[in-house]
Design a protein around this ligand. Structure first.
Ligand code: UT7
Length: 343
């Protein structure tokens, strides 16, 4: 039973209905503005704003890691759900900037928040990490394996950004978002469907070349600045516009819906122009599109919860709303989640 009003054709969702029971976010207080970046690289506030829509990003202080941001968001999300840390059965952390290779950030967050009964793991899908993690964790609640799952999207992008490279350093920020997933009852919201893809051929267009098993960390790799994000911006841009539209249309059609049926479209926030071009092609009215990249930049796994939180706080997201989440990221990874908002 799904409290949705949506006519299901062939949703991928099975098992019992699962809802997002709560949401919380956290960004570090320190700001990196376009004016600050003008002092660091050859750029301008005008260029950044016009080409990306970004004005400022939040950046951690030295010593603050992804698990710290994730901890802040997780503690609030569990409290907002009216639960205790021990109620959480599984923790899935979407991140591309784990505190370290291992242990996983999920282990570190589990310990920091005192979720003594939870197991967990990190999920690597770059900018699609939140949609992928939502889908993955929701299966474990839908199957009945767990009553409550914690999904965290958190990244300290400033730890892997080359602040001498103007083509990438203007884009990214740090932040975290967390949701608790719980079994849904009639009248609650529910996750209705999802669709995910990878196109591994896109790997070289957006990657961090060194530090892994292929190009192990060495003086040479450090000298060559290979431990930073490298990106073919135009290739990623074009792919993101095309795929955001394509996968969103596919999941809507499968559920007998049109873009006009949506109350809210919440895309990964990589570039204002990507979101505008994709939603224009899809035919979603701009009033239904959340864009908050101006204040946060691209926080990778955290953009969708940060956008949902802004929509909630501004009254644009309400109980019963039909919402489509969409993301395209490094890999390439592609994802959508269709849901009925429950609070
Ligand atoms: O989450 C997924 C990850 N990433 C993305 O989705 C990003 C996708 N790509 C983009 O958002 C855009 O491609 C960028 C914002 C990265 C670049 O914007 P663009 O409109 O594609 O610019 P461009 O790369 O075509 O560069 C245009 C010009 C170049 O100068 P010339 O060759 O025309 O003289 C660049 O050198 O802009 C120059 N440029 C800059 N100028 C001032 C590049 N970065 C900057 C900068 N400030 N920060």
């Amino acid at each position: 039973m799904v409290a949705s009003g949506v006519v299901r054709k062939a949703s991928r969702v099975g098992g019992r209905p699962v809802k997002i029971a709560s949401l919380a976010t956290y960004v570090p207080p320190r700001l990196l503005t376009n004016a600050d970046l003008e002092q660091m690289v050859d750029t301008s506030d005008e260029w950044i704003l016009k080409r990306t829509g970004i004005r400022e990003r939040h950046i951690v202080d030295p010593g603050v890691a992804t698990s710290d941001l994730g901890q802040e968001a997780s503690v609030k999300a569990i409290k907002n759900a009216g639960l205790e840390p021990d109620d959480i059965g599984v923790i899935v952390v979407g991140t591309v900037t784990p505190d370290m290779f291992f242990p996983s950030t999920a282990c570190l967050i589990q310990h920091k928040i005192g979720a003594h009964r939870a197991w967990g793991f990190d999920l690597s899908a770059a900018c699609s990490a939140f949609t992928y993690s939502l889908t993955t964790a929701s299966q474990m609640v839908a199957s009945g394996a767990h009553e409550h799952a914690l999904v965290v999207g958190a990244d300290v992008m400033s730890s892997i950004i080359d602040y001498t490279d103007r083509s990438t350093c203007i884009l990214f920020g740090d932040g975290a978002g967390a949701v608790v997933l719980s079994a849904a009852h009639p009248g609650d919201g529910a996750i209705l469907d999802f669709e995910h893809e990878v196109d591994g051929g896109g790997g070289p267009a957006l990657c961090m070349p060194a530090g892994g098993s292929l190009r192990q960390a060495s003086h040479e790799t450090v000298d060559q600045r290979l431990h930073y994000v490298k990106q073919d911006g135009q290739a990623v841009f074009k792919f993101a516009v095309r795929k955001t539209e394509e996968i969103s249309r596919r999941v809507l059609e499968r559920n007998g819906l049109t873009p006009a049926d949506l109350d809210l479209f919440v895309s990964h926030q990589a570039n204002r122009r990507i979101i505008q071009a994709a939603t224009e092609k899809l035919g979603v009215h701009p009033d239904k599109v959340i864009i908050n990249i101006e204040r946060f930049g691209n926080t990778t796994a955290a953009t969708i919860p940060l956008a949902l939180n802004d929509a909630l706080c501004s009254g644009r997201l309400k109980k019963g709303n039909l919402v489509l989440l969409a993301s395209v990221g490094a890999g390439f990874t592609i994802g959508t989640v269709l849901l009925r908002w429950g609070f």
